[in-house]
Design a protein around this ligand. Sequence first.
Ligand SMILES: [Zn+2]
Ligand SMILES: [Zn+2]
Length: 131
Amino acid sequence: MPTGRCHCGACAYSFDDAPTRASVCHCADCRRCAGAQGVAWLAVPSGAFRLAQGEPAIYRSSPGTERHFCGACGSGLFYINEEVLPGIVDIQIGTLDDPDAFPPAALIQMADAPAWVETLHTLPKFDRFPG
Ligand SMILES: [Zn+2]
Ligand SMILES: [Zn+2]
C-alpha cells in the first residue's frame, strides 16, 4: 500500500491500489505555490485515498481549488478541485515514501514553464554538490 508524508511527519497518508495518472505540472499556480519550476502530481481516486495522520492546512489558490499543505513544515501535499478533477485527490509525488513508484508519463502546462525547463536534461549532473 503506497504511503507518504510531509517533511516533519505531522501529516501522513496512504492509498489503495487503484488506477492512477502521473504528470509534472508547470502551470504558474503550481510554480508559485511550490516555489519550484514544476510539481509532479499523482492523481488517485478519492475513494482509495486515506489521510492517516494530521490535518493539513488548506490554501485556495483559485476558485474551487484546494491546495493542502502541512501547517507545521510547509510541505505541499494534495490538490483537490471537484470541477477540474472530480473524484480525484492529486498527491505531490515528492511526498511519497517511494517517489519512484509512479513515474510521470507527461509534462503538462508547458506553456507556463520557464524556458530553461526545456534544456534541464542537458545540464552537467553531480551525485552531490560539485567538488
Ligand atoms: Zn509537516
Ligand atoms: Zn499546475
